[in-house]
Design a protein around this ligand. Structure first.
Ligand SMILES: NC(=O)c1ccc[n+]([C@@H]2O[C@H](COP(=O)([O-])OP(=O)(O)OC[C@H]3O[C@@H](n4cnc5c(N)ncnc54)[C@H](O)[C@@H]3O)[C@@H](O)[C@H]2O)c1
Ligand SMILES: C[C@@H](O)[C@H](N)C(=O)O
Length: 433
C-alpha cells in the first residue's frame, strides 16, 4: 500500500514528491494559506493513504495534502518509492526535509555550478581560517564564506568573504544559506573539551542546540554537511589502544557527549532523510599560525610557542599521557578529501582519521633535538588529565584509508621541524619589527 506522510509547516513552497534522486523530479506547490491554516498540535504528521487523510486537519490543508498525495501516487510511472516528508509546525523552527536513503542525490545541486559554495561556521577558531584558505585555493575566493560570532582580525577580514553568524540563530543561518546559495556547510562552531567542562550550559547550547539548527538547515536546503567529531567522542570504557570506528562510546565530558550526539544525529538524518552528512573524528590538531580554543591536547601546540619564546615549557598533562595527534595540514586535507569523495566510496558516514600518537615526554624529546636548552616541567591539571586518561591512545583509521584513500603526510619529526620553522621565522620577524 502506498502512503504519504506530510507534516505541518509555517512556510509555503515547493515540495519534492519523488525521492530527490529520482529523474522524474515531481514537485507540488503549496500556498501560504494552506500552511497557515493549520495550527493543530506541536509536532504532527498527517498520514495520507491512497488519498484519504485520516487525521483531522483544516479542510484547506486536507485539500492541499490530497493534491500532493494524488500526484505522489500517480506521477511516478518511474517506480519511485513513496514519499515521506517530515516538517515541524509553526511553533517550532521551520524544518523541511525530504526522504531518501541515498546521499548521492545532493550532488545534483552541485552540478548547477562548477564549484560548491561553502559556508564555514565557527571559522575563526584554530581550524577555520586554514580550511578557508585551502578551500578558496580550490574553489575560488568568493565561493568560501567564513563565519563566526567574533570580530575577525584584519588579515582574515581582507582575505575573503566573512559574515557574522551565530549558530543558535536559526533564521539568520537560513538567510545566509539562502542568500548566498550555499551548497556545502562545514560546521566548526563548538566549545572544546576543557572549556566545555567549565561552562556546561553554554557547551550544551552551542554543541547540541546549535547542531540541531545546522542539521535542519542542511537537510532543508539539500546541503552537503561536514561536522567534525573527535577522539573525545570515546570514553574510559572504549578500547583505547587502538580505538576502532565502531565500539563502545561513553564519553565523560559534555564535549564528548555532544559529539557522539552529532555523529548519531547526522547518521540518522542521512538514513532517514538522505542528508549528505560526512564526519571525521579528528585527533588533537597541532598548528603554528592559529591558537587552540581550550582543549585537552592544547599542550602539544603550546610547547612550541613557549619553547621558542622562553626556552621553558610547563606541561599540564603527565609525561606518559599518550594521545593521537595530527598536523593541521593533514587534518584540513582530509576534510577536503572526504567532502569530495564519491558517495559510493563511503561505507560509513563517520570515520576515525589519524597520523601519529605520542606522549608529552616523547614530544619534548623530539623538540629538544632542535632546541637542546628547552626545559620542560610538569604541573598537572586534574580536569585535563582525567579527560586525557579516558581518551584513545591510538586511533585505528583503517576504514578511512581503505574506503577513500586517507593517508597522512606528517609524522612526529616532520611535525616538529615544520612547527619550529614556522614559529621560529615568525618570532624572528616579530623581533625585527
Ligand atoms: N582543534 C582540535 O584539536 C580539534 C580536534 C577534534 C575536533 N575538533 C573540532 O573541530 C571544530 C573546530 O575546532 P577548533 O579547534 O577550530 O575550535 P575553536 O574552539 O578554536 O573554535 C570554535 C569557534 O566556534 C565559535 N563559536 C562559539 N560559539 C558560537 C556560536 N554560538 N555561533 C557561531 N560560532 C560560535 C568560536 O567563536 C570559535 O571561533 C570543532 O567542532 C572541534 O570540536 C577540533
Ligand atoms: C581533541 C580535540 O577534540 C580538542 N583538541 C580537545 O582537546 O578538546
Amino acid at each position: 500500500m502506498k502512503s504519504l506522510e506530510v507534516g505541518l509547516k509555517d512556510e509555503f513552497g515547493i515540495l519534492p514528491l519523488c525521492s530527490a534522486w529520482c529523474p522524474c523530479r515531481a514537485r507540488a506547490q503549496f500556498s501560504r494559506s494552506d500552511w497557515l491554516a493549520t495550527k493543530a498540535g506541536s509536532y504532527k504528521y498527517a498520514q495520507i493513504t491512497s488519498f484519504a487523510p485520516f487525521v483531522p486537519l483544516h479542510l484547506q490543508v486536507v485539500r492541499a495534502l490530497s493534491k500532493v498525495a494524488k500526484q505522489a501516487l500517480l506521477a511516478p510511472a518511474c517506480g519511485c518509492q513513496p514519499l515521506t516528508v517530515a516538517i515541524r509546525n509553526i511553533s517550532f523552527s521551520p524544518r523541511q526535509v525530504t526522504s531518501g536513503s541515498d546521499a548521492s542525490f545532493h550532488s545534483v545541486s552541485f552540478s548547477e555550478t562548477d564549484h560548491p559554495k561553502v559556508l564555514i561556521t565557527g571559522g575563526l577558531g584554530q581550524l577555520g581560517v586554514g580550511l578557508a584558505k585551502l578551500l578558496r585555493k580550490r574553489f575560488g575566493k568568493n565561493n568560501v564564506i567564513l563565519s563566526d560570532i567574533r570580530k575577525p582580525p584584519s588579515n582574515v577580514f581582507h582575505s575573503g568573504p566573512f559574515i557574522y553568524s551565530d549558530i543558535l540563530d536559526y533564521k539568520n543561518l537560513r538567510e545566509i544559506v539562502v542568500n548566498n546559495r550555499i551548497t556545502w556547510l562545514v560546521h566548526y562552531s563548538a566549545l572544546l573539551s576543557a572549556v566545555g567542562e567549565s561552562n556546561v550550559a553554554l557547551a550544551r547550547a552551542v554543541n547540541i542546540t546549535g547542531l540541531h539548527n545546522i542539521l535542519d538547515i542542511a537537510a532543508e536546503h539539500g546541503l552537503r554537511l561536514f561536522v567534525p567529531s573527535t577522539i573525545g567522542a570515546f570514553g574510559p570504557t572504549s578500547p583505547r589502544n587502538p580505538t576502532p570506528d565502531l565500539c563502545v562510546q561513553r564519553p565523560r565530558t559534555i564535549y564528548g557527549v555532544s559529539k557522539v550526539h552529532a555523529e548519531l544525529m547526522g547518521e540518522y538524518y542521512h538514513h532517514r532523510y538522505g542528508l549528505d552528512f560526512r564526519c571525521l573524528r579528528y585527533p588533537g590538531i597541532i598548528s603554528a599560525d592559529s591558537q587552540p580554543g581550550g582543549g585537552t591536547t592544547d599542550y602539544a601546540v603550546q610547547i612550541f610557542h613557549d619553547g621558542v619564546k622562553t626556552g621553558k615549557f610547563e606541561c599540564n598533562l603527565k609525561p606518559d599521557t599518550r594521545l593521537p595527534m595530527m598536523y593541521i595540514d593533514d587534518c584540513l586535507r582530509a576534510t577536503l578529501e572526504v567532502m569530495e569523495a564519491p558517495a559510493e566510496t563511503l561505507s560509513m558516514r563517520t570515520y576515525n582519521i589519524n597520523a601519529m600518537s605520542f606522549t608529552p615526554e616523547e614530544l619534548a624529546n623530539e623538540v629538544q633535538k632542535q632546541l637542546p636548552d628547552l626545559q620542560v616541567t610538569y604541573e598537572i591539571d586534574s580536569v585535563r588529565q582525567a579527560i586525557a586518561d579516558s581518551w584513545p591512545m591510538n586511533f585505528d583509521d583503517s576504514n578511512a584509508r581503505n574506503d577513500w584513500g586517507w593517508k597522512h603526510d606528517y609524522d612526529l619529526p616532520e611535525l616538529v621541524q615544520t612547527m619550529l620553522n614556522f614559529i621560529g621565522s615568525d618570532s624572528r620577524i616579530a623581533q625585527a619589527n
